[in-house]
Write a protein that binds this ligand. Sequence first.
Ligand code: ZN
Length: 471
Amino acid sequence: MALCHSLAASLPSGMATSLTFAGATGTVTGSNFLMEHDGHRLLVDCGLYQGERHWRRMNWRAPAYDPSSIDDIVLTHAHLDHSGRIPAMTRDGFAGPVWCTEGTKRLGALVLRDSAHLQEAQAESARVGGWSKHDPPLPLYRAADAEQAIQRFRAIDFNRPQTLASGAVLTFSRAGHILGSACALGEFGGGPVLFSGDVGRATHPLLLPRESPPPARTVVIESTYGDRTHRPAEQPHARMADTIRETIARGGSVLIPAFAIDRTELVLRALSELTRDGLIPEVPVWVDSPMALAAWDIYRDADLRHELRADLPPRVVDNLDLRTAHSATESARLNNPSEPCIIVSASGMATGGRVVHHLQSMLPDPRHAVVLAGYQGVGTRGRSLADGATELKMFGRYVPVRAAVTMDDEFSVHADRDDLLTWLRELPTPPEQVFVVHGEDDSRRALADAIRQELGWIAIVPRLGEKVRVD
Ligand SMILES: [Zn+2]
């Protein structure tokens, strides 16, 4: 896919610095941006596409650049839609460093190992089921590729400029989205470019808040919630609390699909506070996701403690009757809980993982309930449930949805429209141009309109493969 070669010809050569939008245009996944200067090349984020099939297919297309020609990868945070393609890059010839923060380095290793495991498992089940176009079915990459990628991670501190292999200077600032998340300022001698990565809300329940952005001539901003405003909650997580109370009272159990990274931590913190305040009964809380348990350990690691809020109690969820399901057998037992309980399991949009087995056995029983903890992407099982599906397909069969389904949208760790505009207003000087990425097109256009109208700045909704000058 030679997306940018024809455009490349139209740029003056020499010391120009260019930026190519190689992903995350038109959708909230697949983050990938290429900066080029005088023969040097760096990528900011290198994520997988997720969600609907036509986007996931993009993961199989060759990138618009030769992986061996890239000097550095800068990784804003560990989420798969920002990091998930790096193992394919190292397998295909990328041999440079992957720059990130310490938190991202630790969480990123978890995410890439899990991703490679899933890719291999899917290829194997396609082989057994005989439903792949490839013969034999291939994983996008393998566990060994993920290990190679992890070896390339280089952790640097926030707010300490670092000269990269490409000669660019990189500075991270806190984004307040998940542990380790950063905004990345990249500069090839002139015209600094600021990549927002994913921006957190004004406060995060566990992490230090995001920092004000540094000055930049060009800004590339995410727009996941560019057309929405989160409503402030009078009583935090009231809908989830109501659902839990009612479900436990009728002898049922509550299933909470949650992302293993960050979201499980937030769900546990919310359950801990609701229990402390007597708003939900004390029942066993199962964490059924090996990855979530590993991520929870990283959040609590003493080395990263300084990234957490200073006002957190030392042991955040000690008042919960917390139980952990490590083995597949322990997990299978939770499909038919013997007593009312709460099960927190991944993945967060029920696209895979142990939670799908729980849904299959719990959805047909009207005693149970499912609480969806945050944004559910188009084309996912979570989105179907949120939209009121009466049947849901799992493992090739439809099951009836008789369990109660509640949406708790207070778990978002993404800035909304107002948060994003506030973040932009905090720039010390107005940028010359703002590019709006990492959102559905409606969302990107809405945020670009708001930037033009409220800030009077140039705001562009770039298309896939578009190349611009940023020097
Ligand atoms: Zn993210």
